[in-house]
Design a protein around this ligand. Sequence first.
Ligand code: HEC
Length: 133
Amino acid sequence: MHRKTFYVLAAVAAISGGAALAEDMVDPGKATYVQYCAACHGEYGMGKGAIADMFTAEVPDLTQLSANNDGVFPMLQVIHVIDGRTGVRAHGGPMPVFGALFSDDADMGPYGGPVYTRGKILSLAYYLESLQK
Ligand code: HEC
């Protein structure tokens, strides 16, 4: 490869790599949301995701969680809903339980499963809080 071409390619790789990283850093909660929740709850949390029609139960509008709770974001309840292991949702429901996915046992991340799991659920909950109308 021509030396000059190599430098240009290296610079492009550095820039795009950095941009992707910056995006992840900005909002890990959003990345998790888009990956695991948007199909049902919609891109902006307002319901009507791509597969929402498959449910007889209505997929709730997640931008109204505060409005439905006297203007206070129900942080703990949201964490429990996502986590699914706390018993709050023991009655079952159409929404999948994410406890296994975000499991403490998961061998993920340099600091181990529990830190990874809590960080992920918390950033997701903060992201949902940011969507409140
Ligand atoms: C397969 C479809 C589906 C997916 C995927 C899904 N949900 Fe849900 N979600 C539902 C349905 C249906 C309900 C309402 C019935 C229930 O509670 O089970 C619900 C309820 C909720 C509630 C309670 C809303 C309220 O008004 O109390 C929250 C919070 C929530 N989901 C967050 C999430 C988050 C965060 C994710 C991603 C980690 C997610 N959901 C993924 C279908 C889904």
